[in-house]
Design a protein around this ligand. Sequence first.
Ligand SMILES: Cc1cc2nc3c(=O)[nH]c(=O)nc-3n(C[C@H](O)[C@H](O)[C@H](O)COP(=O)(O)OP(=O)(O)OC[C@H]3O[C@@H](n4cnc5c(N)ncnc54)[C@H](O)[C@@H]3O)c2cc1C
Length: 390
Amino acid sequence: MASQRYDVVIIGGAAIGSSVAYFLTHDLGFTGTIAVIERDPAYAHAATTLSAASIRQQFSTPENIRMSAFGITFFRELKARFGPEADIGFRERGYLLLASEAGEDVLAANNAVQKAEGADIELMDRAALADNFRWLKTSDLTLGAFGRSGEGWFDAPSLFALLRKAAQAKGVQNIHGTAVAIECQGGQATSVTLADGSRIDCGVLVNAAGPQAGDIAALVGVGLPVEPRKRCVFVVACRAKLPNMPLVVDATGVWVRPEGSGYICGVSPPEDVDKRTSDFEVDYSLFEEVVWPMLAHRIPAMEALKLQRAWAGHYDYNTLDQNAVIGPHPEVQNFLFANGFSGHGLQQAPAAGRAIAELIMHGQFVSLDLARFGYERVTAKRPVKELNVI
Ligand SMILES: Cc1cc2nc3c(=O)[nH]c(=O)nc-3n(C[C@H](O)[C@H](O)[C@H](O)COP(=O)(O)OP(=O)(O)OC[C@H]3O[C@@H](n4cnc5c(N)ncnc54)[C@H](O)[C@@H]3O)c2cc1C
């Protein structure tokens, strides 16, 4: 079969892949050829489509705070970038992270990191929590951290569509196919073979395959500790009014936020059962046994909630440290990673796309130094552990 050649080939066309293509063609003014290879043009199982689409500054790693801060800047520039009709339904309603005595010190320490980064996060003692959020049971809480600005939620498909269409309008080619092999010569990735046997030659190759990023790295013969891990989202109705409700993250890890006229909620599964997965079956026992009891406890009005529907998606989970891997492989220098975001990749898609575009254009980070997220730490087994994984 005949082969085609592109200066940049991106495997995976959802939020991260589209963002790389967008920043290359817009902010960076790249004039070379770009192709995005995507196995499922409906994006039915992409993490991007199945995301809870929330954005926060409440991380423990400064680089994560900076990346999400750029996400907020990007949201605020949306109309200037994409035109007056652009709207991703951003609700700037904050996150509220709660702690009991056991978690108080960590919450306060993380808050100091966030404050040093300029994040607008207020610590609240029990009395302030009770005063500000009257629907919250506070008797077993000692501290909360509330994002007064720069945090909230938005519509994932709308953000993704803006990025993808804008990139397409600048000539980025979308190729429908599944990458099944990658050829390397002289320490460079030279071509991608698709399942139909066609070959795409590349100048630079970007891994934007989300939960499958580890499998794509394996095609190059390198290890990447990123795998699909199931996360379930439950949609519930509750008649009681819960005024000014932010995205609440309980000390147990159960989270809940408003969505439309109802709410969505979830929790990570216990570590001993949280393994690589390929199925999208909803684990209803998590709702019955963990989420609902906790919600009923923390927000008594939610005892009477009604489960309406649910979905399962896959986190692009970095088993080393739950942080992104961004940048080139040290031995295959034209193979770039933008992977392993572990539950915060949608909000960081603008910053990750810009970072990869800068690496392609300038050979280095320009706007934000993300060297700490480089691949080298994978080889060295030196985690940059993110403590606030939700
Ligand atoms: C339930 C859930 C809740 C989440 N909540 C949030 C949140 O609140 N905030 C947040 O910021 N993030 C959240 N995330 C994480 C976020 O959605 C992801 O980090 C982000 O969408 C990753 O984008 P991506 O483009 O890298 O991956 P994906 O969206 O998964 O896209 C990867 C693409 O690569 C394609 N692909 C894979 N293999 C191949 C191949 N061999 N050949 C061709 N194409 C291939 C796939 O078809 C897919 O379209 C959540 C994720 C889930 C599942």
